[in-house]
Write a protein that binds this ligand. Structure first.
Ligand code: SAM
Length: 276
């Protein structure tokens, strides 16, 4: 794996990845918006639409330091739960919508039992997420834990859904992380991964190459004063397996019904799989 002009061994990769995210943590959101022109928000929304979690879902978001997936999950389940409850109430009682809204202000658990556990290996990234949670008023329903995707600090069969967004390509042993995802999911549980993938349109591929190699490291230097980390991010994207190769890796970890959807001409893909 290349980090800038260094070549590092597999053993060194974990340490280097840690340094990269420690360095980019504070400017992470700003850089994400600038590099993707804001499109990463749409990709993350699409992950949630695909997940379509039911009230009561126990989610594990790995490599989720920034909280981006967790906050979307909390918004989604709260909205779904309240909509369902309101429909039920309206059907059972002859209350007006205003009376129902008032009743909801006293609701004990507006998430309907749903919870999200955010796990990340990097303390600085977790701090960024926790600060965002505080600033944006997210209190209930989320927990933060420092942990490695390759050795998750959880019991077997614990979660309904496992997500990992823009995280798995940074893991040293991807096969090990996939096995851990399988282990911690309940039978019937779902694996969802949002990750950069292989562009399937030749013209877009050429433009994307130019943008990635010529523009992103410059942006990294100008905005975050860190050329090398952003060069690493670009290179790690290029080294990640194609949609089909990654699908096979997920199957090798024991998952079934593995499918994927390419978004924005394959710049990213969402892989979905079940533990049956
Ligand atoms: N999921 C967030 C998002 O979509 O905005 C953050 C993605 S960020 C590109 C990658 C994250 O992966 C970083 O927070 C990094 O610390 C984390 N990470 C890298 N290796 C990891 C590992 N082995 N286990 C858990 N997290 C890891």
């Amino acid at each position: 794996t290349h980090f800038g002009f260094e070549t590092v061994s597999e053993e060194e990769k974990g340490g280097k990845v840690y340094q990269v995210f420690e360095s980019v943590a504070k400017k992470y959101d700003l850089m994400n918006d600038m590099m993707s022109l804001g499109i990463h928000r749409v990709w993350k929304d699409m992950l949630l639409w695909k997940m379509n979690p039911l009230p009561g879902t126990q989610l594990l978001d790995v490599a989720g330091g920034t909280g981006d997936i967790a906050f979307r999950f909390l918004n989604y389940v709260q909205e779904q739960y309240q909509r369902k409850q309101k429909r039920q109430l309206k059907a059972q009682q002859n209350l007006s919508w205003e009376e129902i809204a008032k009743k909801y202000q006293n609701e004990d658990d507006p998430l309907g039992g749903s919870r999200v556990m955010i796990c990340d290996i990097n303390r600085e990234m977790l701090k960024v997420g926790q600060k965002k949670a505080f600033d944006q008023g997210y209190k209930a329903g989320l927990a933060w834990v420092l942990g490695d995707a390759e050795e998750l600090p959880f019991d077997d069969h614990k979660f309904d859904i496992y997500t990992i967004a823009f995280g798995i390509r940074n893991v040293t042993h991807i096969d090990q992380a996939l096995q851990e995802a399988h282990r911690v999911l309940k039978p019937g549980g779902r694996f969802l991964c949002l990750e950069f993938s292989q562009v399937n349109n030749p013209l877009i591929s050429r433009l994307y190459d130019l943008y990635s190699f010529q523009v992103i490291p410059v942006l990294g230097e100008v905005v975050a004063g860190d050329w090398k980390s952003y060069q690493y991010l670009v290179e790690s994207i290029r080294k990640f397996p194609s949609q089909e190769e990654f699908k096979e890796m997920i199957e090798d970890a024991g998952f079934q019904k593995v499918t994927y959807e390419s978004l924005t001409s394959g710049i990213v893909a969402i892989h979905s799989a079940f533990k049956l």
